[in-house]
Unconditional design. Structure first.
Lengths: 521, 297
């Protein structure tokens, strides 16, 4: 779920006709001063982070003049709270508050409708109010076909004890809030507090809107960078992973980090699931054996080998992990050997030295396990492959045993290096990478096994050398599925003439920082 | 018997000429599903594996006769339109396969479906299968695989995870226990038929003697199943697994969410509620067949 900052949420409210305090967002102390000068009254400065309880963290400050606003902004900008570094403060006119209320809109899964909640107690006390005096909290489910007429808003407010002129003002605000939420595809929209000022005006003093990830495409104006559910800004590694997902729609790839730093004393592992439910079940199995997860990752929906490869490279950019665990539902409809090949390429390049347990259950799992066994026996780490009749519990027990017996201890992140390719090599582009063939080496090849390995018939033999059997554009458009079969065959059985480069933008620099010990958080 | 779909159900496929629609049309037909019409606006007059294609649902209905169910394979952005069209014409059951359907579109589909008493499964679902009779959607992948993995019997399966729907059913089959109907309710926050609604259907189905449910953290589905049992509306034995024990209970951001759901949604609450009402909650998936055998005797 894509969260909007307070200032972004308020912009949407203002566009929907809801009154908000006069103000603007500042990225520098000077900007804060200018905004305060324009307002010409005492102001409040609020850090823009996705956290509640900002006042308690010192993230809300008051200033009575522009110079003070500048000074306060200087204190707030750059402040570090959990994973956030404050880079924006909202500077707003300070309100003379007479009363505070709460308004929230959520999508209720049991009613399958938007549900509007109003509480006559706003601020942080709202949940307590709801628990102790549920009768005072009004709720109204909304029929999206009929809409939300003002009389329904008035009726719910009357139930909550609101009357007089205030009734009309808040009812108007509620109907507009529903419109804002609906037209912006909000998963939730919350105004807390809704403020009544001394001069009897109503303002949305704070607001949080969360936008539906699946509808972000309808709102390019929101400028959402990573449309995923986070309770903090994405880490650098997560952004690298997201850029891959964004550009390659074959199957899905989801990656996030569970800890800031892997501590050597704890049993952290890299986790690579397949499918939400299967991943969750597998995750439970490893956690039950006392492992901790450095990350959560899920490649599913029939991803190509290249995507699984990139996922593995990203997982293996986390120093200190003690093992690698890959497991999905166990009975997948997709051909499992694609994932196996992706892992083979990644583990080889990394010279993986920690143990890995790979559970690839589903269609053609025997072939997948065979691929792992055949091609990963020469790397320092032990890799074991399993199928649908081996439970996640059994597999996590195996990983535990292997980790206990491993002398290499934690995973060491290596520089991101690329295999050199001769300049005159035969080469063509694929959807997300580039395949080059050093044809001089092909002379010594007896089997020409790359042609047979290419089940999609992208390659053919011409004068004893492999070349594209299809137009270059078709290979680039995705006819070559990046299954990696030709490269693996050539590397392990023949002349090592084929190199498939699958770039991961930003990973090289990221690893340099990791190796140099630079704090990336 | 089975629920929702059987060998007599007359099925339409919306988006039949697309890559996914075409592949799954073949799976459904090969398995024995009565696929009577396909719909792709602009492609009327073609045929896909012997299924006639029409420009609209209304046209398909007029030419081929009543349609009981429609399986939707159109792009996510067009799902709302396709679903409302089918509801409008009178189709009683929709299976919405696509992932990433905007949630406000789903709310609108739910509202229209509610008005007309139409049921829908999904979005983001592999679909459902009544073993030996018919499959709707893409569950099983290929007909021969679906026949091998799923067998007719008396266990009703409902799952929030696609992969686990097949996995649990396969393990039951391996243990010699067949299934009445297997349904993947879909992974999204707002879905058509959710676990409690599926349990009510299993309750009415004489063939189903036992239900198996794969739950997950988030939403209130599992708690609502517990409520149902408490009220005596679901009386058959139920085996449940709840995934996501390990997930950090996220920093809750929304007060409104907390007010509406209270502590519902967490692993602990779900397991506690289910156990309270006598559900057999298993810790590991592989215990399901054992437990099922004991219950069925």
């Amino acid at each position: 779920m894509a969260r909007l900052f307070e200032y972004q949420s308020k912009r949407l409210l203002a566009l929907g006709g809801i009154p908000i305090p006069d103000g603007a967002v500042a990225s520098t102390p000077e900007e804060a001063r200018d905004i305060a000068a324009r307002i010409g009254k005492p102001v409040v400065l609020k850090i823009q982070v996705w956290l509640t309880g900002r006042a308690g963290l010192g993230g809300i400050q008051f200033a009575s003049n522009p110079a003070e606003a500048e000074e306060k902004a200087r204190q707030l900008l750059g402040m570090k709270i959990r994973n956030f570094v404050v880079d924006k403060v909202l500077v707003e006119q300070k309100l003379a508050i007479k009363a505070e209320y709460f308004v929230g809109l959520v999508l209720d899964d049991s009613l399958k409708r938007p549900l509007l909640v109003f509480s006559p107690a706003g601020g942080t006390g709202v949940e307590e109010m709801a628990r102790l005096h549920p009768e005072k909290v009004a709720r109204q489910a909304i029929d999206v076909v009929k809409g939300f007429p003002e009389y329904e808003a008035r009726n719910m407010l009357i139930k909550a004890g609101i009357g007089g002129n205030l009734l009309l003002k808040i009812a108007d605000l509620l109907t507009k809030l529903y419109q804002v939420a609906r037209s912006n595809d909000a998963r939730s929209a919350e105004v807390n507090p809704l403020v009544l000022t001394e001069d009897d005006a109503v303002y949305a003093a704070d607001c949080h809107i969360v936008v539906d990830d699946y509808a972000v495409y309808r709102h390019p104006e929101m400028g959402i960078e990573v449309a995923r559910e986070f309770d903090r800004p994405p880490t650098e590694l997560e952004k690298i992973a997201y850029r891959i997902e964004e550009k390659d729609h074959r199957g899905t790839f989801y990656f996030f980090q569970m800890v800031e730093k892997v501590e050597a004393a704890d049993k952290y592992i890299g986790f690579h699931g397949a499918g939400g439910g299967g991943s969750m079940m597998s995750m439970d199995a490893v956690l039950n054996r006392g492992f901790k997860l450095a990350n959560y990752c899920d490649t599913s929906g029939n991803p190509p080998a290249s995507k699984v490869y990139r996922a593995a490279k990203i997982i293996l950019s986390q120093p200190g992990i003690m093992g690698y665990f890959a497991s999905g539902s166990g009975v997948a409809s997709q051909e499992q050997y694609h994932s196996a090949r992706g892992l083979v390429k990644a583990f080889h390049e990394e010279r993986l030295a920690i143990p890995a347990v790979i559970r690839l259950g589903g269609n053609f799992e025997e072939k997948a396990v065979e691929i792992l066994k055949a091609y990963l026996k020469d790397i320092p780490g032990v890799v074991e492959g399993y199928g649908r009749d081996d439970s996640p519990e059994f597999c996590s027990r195996r990983l535990e045993e292997l980790v206990a017996g491993n002398q290499a201890l934690g995973h060491e992140v290596k520089p991101f290096s690329e295999v050199p390719v001769p300049e005159n090599a035969y080469a063509f582009a694929t959807l997300t990478g580039r395949i080059s063939i050093d044809q001089q080496k092909c002379a010594a090849c007896r089997t020409k096994g790359c042609i047979e390995a290419c089940t999609y018939k992208v390659l053919k033999l011409e004068e004893g050398k492999p070349v594209l059997a299809i137009p270059v554009e078709e290979a680039k458009r995705g006819k070559c599925t990046e299954c990696l079969a030709c490269e693996i065959f050539c590397t392990f059985h023949e002349q090592d003439a084929i190199v498939i480069r699958l770039p991961i933008p930003g990973l090289k620099e990221y690893r340099e920082k990791i190796i140099a010990g630079i704090n990336i958080y | 018997m089975a629920i929702l779909v059987n060998s007599e159900t007359r099925v339409a496929i919306q988006g039949i000429t697309g890559r996914e629609g075409m592949t799954r049309a073949q799976l459904m037909k090969d398995y024995g599903t009565k696929v009577v019409a396909g719909i792709t606006p602009g492609r009327g007059g073609q045929d896909v594996y012997g299924v006639p294609v029409f420009d609209s649902v209304a046209q398909a209905w007029e030419k081929e006769g009543p349609l009981d169910a429609s399986v939707i394979f159109v792009p996510a952005a067009s799902v709302k339109n396709a679903a409302l069209e089918a509801i409008d014409v009178g189709v009683r059951l929709l299976v919405i396969v696509p992932d990433r359907v905007p949630i406000h579109d789903v709310l609108e589909i739910a509202a229209r479906a509610g008005e007309k008493g139409v049921k829908f499964v999904g979005p983001n679902t592999l679909g459902l299968v009544s073993p030996g009779q018919a499959v709707l959607g893409m569950i099983g992948g290929r007909a021969e695989r679906a026949r091998e993995w799923f067998r007719p019997g008396s266990v009703g399966v409902s799952s929030r995870s696609g992969g686990m729907t097949s996995a649990m059913s396969y393990y039951l089959t391996q243990a010699g226990l067949g299934q009445s109907t297997i349904i993947h309710v879909g992974g999204d926050a707002i879905i058509g038929l959710s676990h409690p609604e599926v349990m009510e259907l299993f309750e009415q189905d004489p063939e189903t003697r036992l239900a198996v449910m794969f739950g997950e953290i988030g939403t209130t589905q599992e708690e609502r199943v517990a409520d149902l049992i408490e009220k005596g509306k679901f009386t058959k034995p139920l085996i449940a697994y709840v995934g996501g024990k390990a997930a950090k209970s996220g920093t809750r951001f929304s007060h409104a969410g907390a007010i509406v759901e209270g502590s519902r949604g967490s692993y602990e609450t779900k397991v506690k509620r289910l156990k309270e009402v006598g559900v057999h909650v298993v810790e590991v998936i592989s215990d399901i067949p054992k437990e099922a055998k004991q219950i069925l005797g």
